[in-house]
Design a binder for this molecule. Structure first.
Ligand code: FES
Length: 228
C-alpha cells in the first residue's frame, strides 16, 4: 500500500476562493483601465466577452459529455453498490475495470453522485496501489521491489527503465506504448530481481538486460500485428 494520503498534485481543482480571486483580479483590472481611460475601450470589453463565451461554450460541452456517457456510467455503478459498506472502493474498482484507470472527470462525477469530497476520493485512490490515475500503456513492465528483489538491485532496473523509456514508477510513456509498475513480491524470490513484461516473468534481470527486454516486447507486438 502507498503511504501518502494526499490528492495528486497534477491538475488540482482550484478551490472556490481561487475562482473568486480570479474574478476579483478581473474586476480590479477593469477598474484600473476605466480609471486610466475614463471608460472601458470596446476592444477590451469585446475581448473579455469573447473569452467568457469560449469558456462557457467549453463548460457546456464538458457538461454535455458528462450527461451523455460518464454520468450514466457513474450512476449505474453507484446504483449497484448504493447502501453497501465500503461501497466507494467497490465503485472505484468497477470504474477502473471499465476504463483501465480512474479518469479525473469520472472521479469528479462520482464525487457529485455520492456527495463525497473529491479529495476523499483521491485519498482512497492514492492509498491503494491497485488504482491508476493514468490510462494504462499498451505494454506493461512490472518491476518487483519486494525485499529479495530490492536487495538484489531492483532500483538499478528501475533506473535503467527510466533511462531507456524516460518514465519511472507508475508512469506511462507519452506514446502510451509502455507503462512501468512497481509491486511488492511476485512470488519468485528465488530468481530475484524479477521483472514481468506483458505477463512474462524474467528472473535475475540485470540493468544491461533491460534494453533487450524492451526490444523483446516490441518484437512480439510487431509479430502479432504482422499476423494475417
Ligand atoms: S521479492 Fe521479488 S519476487 Fe519476491
Amino acid at each position: 500500500m502507498n503511504a501518502p494520503l494526499q490528492p495528486p498534485a497534477a491538475a488540482p481543482v482550484p478551490p472556490p476562493e481561487a475562482w473568486k480571486q480570479d474574478e476579483a483580479a478581473l474586476l480590479t483590472m477593469l477598474e484600473e483601465i476605466e480609471r486610466k481611460h475614463g471608460y472601458i475601450p470596446h476592444q477590451i470589453g469585446d475581448e473579455i466577452s469573447r473569452l467568457l463565451e469560449v469558456k462557457l461554450e467549453r463548460l457546456k460541452r464538458i457538461q454535455g459529455k458528462l450527461e451523455g456517457g460518464v454520468r450514466r456510467d457513474v450512476q449505474a455503478h453507484v446504483a449497484r453498490w448504493r447502501g453497501e459498506e465500503g461501497n466507494l472502493i467497490m465503485i472505484l474498482h468497477a470504474i477502473q475495470n471499465q476504463y483501465g484507470y480512474v479518469p479525473r472527470d469520472v472521479a469528479m462525477e462520482l464525487s457529485r453522485e455520492l456527495g463525497v469530497r473529491l479529495a476523499r476520493i483521491y485519498e482512497v485512490i492514492t492509498f491503494y496501489h491497485y488504482f491508476k490515475l493514468q490510462p494504462p500503456g499498451k505494454h506493461n513492465i512490472t518491476v518487483c521491489n519486494g525485499t529479495a528483489c530490492y536487495l538484489k538491485g531492483a532500483a538499478g532496473l528501475l533506473n535503467e527503465l527510466r533511462s531507456q523509456l524516460g518514465v519511472g514508477e507508475g508512469q506511462t510513456t507519452p506514446d502510451r506504448e509502455f507503462h512501468v509498475e512497481v509491486v511488492r513480491c511476485i512470488g519468485c524470490c528465488g530468481m530475484s530481481p524479477a521483472v514481468v513484461c506483458d505477463g512474462k516473468t524474467h528472473g535475475r534481470v540485470k540493468p544491461i538486460s533491460i534494453a533487450g527486454l524492451i526490444a523483446g516486447v516490441r518484437a512480439v507486438a510487431a509479430a502479432k500485428e504482422a499476423k494475417p
